[in-house]
Design a protein around this ligand. Structure first.
Ligand code: PRP
Length: 211
């Protein structure tokens, strides 16, 4: 069986819809239960529901053969996996944001709150800007409001969280979308089933359902 790590949450819902269109659906996945493993025996695949930020860990360590994960996570954690396909789902942008009316003091290091420490460091290194990183795990938008940071580096999708918390986007520097990834050993030894799935996904992404 091919083990597929699926992200839970809003990206997962979009991904599952795409998988359904290529015949890899699993009816019981939306039943009210707390199960984390679902099977589609016709296609010989098994879904593992994991936190979005853990998908690449499962795949890299061979607990899953393939998975779907945001490019933001791949850039942040740089797992040793193959990136097979851009699924064009979960589109968002990596942004710098601050309070409305914020004016930067260039004479001191910029205090940056983020979940994406490596992405933020790389971005500001490219700008030759000294920063102090404040690593948070969620609700990043609170940091500049409470004076914990000057700016945040975070993903923006609809822009609602930014707007509703009186923040403004200062820079958009990285487009993000979901990627289909594979464990390197699985790609070698289960190449046929992974390649077939990749081809079907690629066709579905292009809008061609004939495969
Ligand atoms: C992400 C991100 C922003 C929000 C952006 O948070 O960190 O807070 O989504 O989406 P929007 O532009 O559509 O409002 P997430 O929902 O993953 O929750 P978190 O605060 O726990 O990280």
């Amino acid at each position: 069986m091919l083990n597929i790590a699926l992200p839970k949450g809003r990206l997962g819902d979009q991904v599952y819809e795409l998988l359904s269109t290529i015949g890899y659906d699993c009816k019981s996945i939306y039943e009210p239960n707390r199960k984390l493993i679902f099977e589609n025996p016709e296609n010989n695949v098994r879904y593992l529901l994991v936190k979005p930020s853990d998908v690449a860990i499962y795949v890299e360590h061979h607990a899953a053969d393939v998975g779907i994960v945001g490019k933001d996570i791949l850039l942040e954690s740089r797992p040793d996996v193959y990136e097979l396909l851009d699924l064009g789902l979960g589109k968002c942008r990596m942004c710098v944001a601050a309070r409305n009316g914020y004016i930067e003091d260039k004479d001191r290091p910029l205090r940056v709150a983020t979940k994406f420490v490596n992405i933020a460091k790389q971005y500001y290194a490219g700008q030759n800007r000294d920063i102090d990183i404040i690593k948070l795990n969620g609700s990043i938008e609170l940091a500049p409001i409470l004076g914990l940071s000057d700016v945040i580096v975070d993903i923006v999708e609809s822009g609602n969280t930014i707007r509703e918390n009186d923040l403004q986007i200062l820079e958009e520097f990285l487009p993000i979308s979901a990627r289909f990834i594979a464990n390197k050993t699985s790609f070698k030894f289960q190449n046929e089933i992974i390649s077939r799935m990749t081809a079907k996904l690629a066709a579905a992404v292009k809008g061609d359902r004939s495969l």
